[in-house]
Design a protein around this ligand. Structure first.
Ligand SMILES: Cc1cc2nc3c(=O)[nH]c(=O)nc-3n(C[C@H](O)[C@H](O)[C@H](O)COP(=O)(O)O)c2cc1C
Length: 342
């Protein structure tokens, strides 16, 4: 199957089939904020603004990597980029693997920078593509194509062994990441795609020079679920549907490592959950499938409105915990654990 066809299938399945985790949750529901009845702040002065990769964001939000590389991706990426530009948030694009051998779909990626000249844009490549000492110029071209502010390497071992065209060769990925960190002029971000990053893996990534990690934990979109619907290994996909570290658990674990910038993603679906993630150690939050679904149902206007709500919900959580800005929430002890860990 061509890479283009596969990318199209991922989007169609994510939009039309049940692909959420079945019983496992993100873990954020186990936490509640300690309400502050005396914020001693004016609500209209509470700020959600942050900085990421040297650029301002109106709130700590990133549209997580999704698509590119087939005809229909052009319109999706155009909408995502226009809304990201309007909202002044970061945008990750889908895997750029497709253009390693065939540049005909480069336009589906280029459109993001054309539509969003000012924002943080993050390129994307899979772990399997960086083993075996590939020429770093391949990745420099990916960065240049969209004037990316960083390149994300997605670590997706579960998906690779469940998808029909998968590549289970993960020996040498860490060495590939280390080489990429040294070769590129922009930072390398390591991300999962819904199974989470453990503290032990985060340590190894940090020692390889990675400074930004996107947890992409369990509780939102299940990639075993997506591969189940693609049908290569239905029995195995069913068994591993709920595999992974819940996003909140991974975040708490990895946040114990100093000097990493952390992106919390995997099942983030509103601004209150974003606030919990920030209180648990995230610098930024990301979301993928809920945003895609919103474009499908209500277009760019619906996505813009939804992200506006998320920003306002985060601002409310800041105010109601007595925090004047995101950094205060990040450092203040305002969360209560309400239930046992899974
Ligand atoms: C249709 C679709 C395509 C995706 N493609 C990529 C990809 O190319 N590269 C990547 O790093 N992650 C990809 N992801 C994973 C997301 O970036 C994200 O980590 C994951 O979906 C969990 O977030 P969510 O629960 O908010 O959907 C994709 C997700 C979806 C829904």
């Amino acid at each position: 199957m061509t890479v283009s066809k596969r990318k199209k299938e991922h989007v169609n399945i994510a939009l039309n089939q049940e692909v959420r985790f079945k019983t496992k949750t993100t873990g954020f529901e186990k936490f509640d904020f300690i309400h502050c009845a005396l914020p001693e702040l004016n609500f209209d002065e509470v700020s959600t603004a942050v900085e990421f990769l040297g650029k301002p964001l109106s709130f700590p939000m990133m549209i997580s990597a999704m698509t590119g590389g087939y005809d229909g991706a052009l319109e999706i990426n155009r909408i995502l980029a226009e809304v990201a530009q309007e909202k002044q948030i970061a945008l990750g694009i889908g895997s750029q693997r497709q253009i390693m051998n065939d540049s005909s779909q480069a336009k589906t990626y280029k459109i993001v920078r054309q539509s969003a000249p000012d924002i943080v844009i993050i390129g994307n490549i899979g772990a399997a593509e960086i083993t075996g000492e590939p020429d770093p110029d391949i990745f420099r071209k990916m960065v240049d194509l969209i004037q990316a502010d960083a390149l994300a390497v997605h670590l997706n071992p579960l998906q690779e062994i469940l998808q029909p065209e998968g590549n289970g060769h993960f020996y040498g990925v860490l060495r590939g990441i280390e080489a990429l960190v040294k070769a590129l002029e922009v930072p390398v971000i390591a991300k999962e795609i819904g199974c989470g990053i453990s503290r032990e893996v985060a340590w190894r990534l940090k020692n390889a020079g990675v400074k930004i990690i996107d947890i992409a934990g369990a509780g939102g979109t299940s990639w075993a679920g997506i591969e189940y619907h693609r049908g290569a290994h239905p029995q195995l996909s069913q068994t591993f549907w709920d595999w992974g570290i819940p996003t909140a658990d991974a975040l708490i674990d990895v946040s114990r490592i100093a000097k990493l910038t952390l992106i919390a993603s995997g099942g983030i679906e509103n601004g209150l959950t974003m606030a919990k993630a920030i209180a648990l150690g995230a610098d930024l939050c990301g979301s993928a499938r809920p945003l895609l679904s919103m474009i499908e149902s209500r277009g760019a206007g619906g996505l813009s409105e939804m992200l506006g709500h998320w920003k306002e919900e985060l601002r409310m959580a800041l105010f109601l915990t007595g925090c004047g800005n995101v950094s205060e929430l990040h450092h203040k002890n305002v969360l209560l654990k309400t239930g046992p860990s899974q």
